[in-house]
Design a binder for this molecule. Sequence first.
Ligand SMILES: [Zn+2]
Length: 82
Amino acid sequence: MRLDRELACRDIVELVTGYLEHALPPGDRERFEEHLVFCDGCGTYLDQMRATIAATGRLEPAALPAELEARLLEAFRGWRPA
Ligand SMILES: [Zn+2]
């Protein structure tokens, strides 16, 4: 995937697997990290993904607990584009 704009939270969710697998092109990786600087919700999401990988040894976004998903949606709701 190639993006030439700022990322939205939705994009972060789509790119997080590639990010954690170091599979993103440098430009996308840079924008991903820029988004994390100002977005607490996605920072939390990334931390949770890392914790999930540490616990299970693999990437399994679909296995995110419903309670966590609800918290993330709550966090994203508070975010508005500048
Ligand atoms: Zn975000």
